[in-house]
Design a protein around this ligand. Structure first.
Ligand code: DC
Length: 227
């Protein structure tokens, strides 16, 4: 049986960086589910889909196919109808559309089977918003990663500034607050901590400290499973 680790939490808690590192140290497959939602969002943007028009949405979703693969360095790639869109999905516009469209049940249904199928076959470390609560409720280890809004905004600001992308800290903080609000209050698969998840507040921790903690928890849990 495969061993599954679910990591959930809000944007900017450091999930993807930490999850990638922890998965590599554990030799687990890293699955970034946010990238899948972003790929669907890009497909919807390309088709100029009006999310309020459920017939139009249904037709667009029928035409959209999302798959993932891994490059030679083990980095996840995401494909939209066969095209590698791994960098294009990082645009702010796509992020906004992903936040809006991921609230819709039709969109979530499209990815559920893909995510569960991967976890069934392989030892995966999967990150997202509803992995421990909806997608893999039986995951052997669940982590809820969080950090204060100000800290998350500062991190995002540093990330964009390092890439020479002009941005304002206040705007970013406002954006994060709005996205949190939407992700937490949507009726379908809202972001929330699973009852049996270990909560880690990364506000005052380094990436290495958080990664070490997750790897340690996973090794302990795997040892207990074997015993
Ligand atoms: O983690 P991210 O920023 O790449 O995620 C993009 C959007 O997708 C974000 O608004 C939340 C949503 N998402 C989701 O609803 N469920 C997941 N399992 C992963 C992401």
């Amino acid at each position: 049986m495969s061993f599954n680790i679910a990591i959930d939490g809000p944007a900017g808690a450091g999930k993807s960086t930490i999850a990638r590192k922890a998965a590599s140290r554990l030799s687990f497959l890293y699955v970034d589910t946010g990238a899948m939602y972003r790929a669907i969002a890009l497909g919807l943007l390309e088709r100029k889909t009006d999310l309020r028009d459920s017939e139009m949405l249904k037709e667009a979703l029928e035409e959209i196919s999302v798959t993932i693969g891994y490059d030679s360095q083990g980095r996840q790639q995401v494909f939209l109808n066969g095209e590698d869109v791994s960098s294009r999905i990082r645009d702010e516009e796509v992020g906004k559309m992903a936040s809006a469209s991921s609230a819709l049940a039709q969109v979530r249904e499209k990815l559920t089977a893909l995510q569960r199928g991967l976890a069934k076959k392989e030892n995966v470390l999967m990150d997202g918003r509803d992995i421990g609560t909806v997608i893999l409720p039986g995951a052997q280890l669940k982590i809820y990663l969080t950090a204060g809004v100000e800290v998350r905004a500062r991190r995002r600001h540093q990330e964009l500034t390092a890439k020479n992308i002009p941005c304002s800290l206040e705007e970013i903080e406002k954006d994060i607050r709005e996205r949190d609000e939407r992700d937490r209050n949507r009726p379908v698969a809202p972001l929330k901590q699973a009852e049996d998840a270990v909560r880690i507040d990364t506000s005052d921790m380094t990436i290495e400290e958080v990664t070490d903690r997750i790897v340690e928890l996973a090794r302990k849990r795997m040892g207990e499973e074997r015993a």
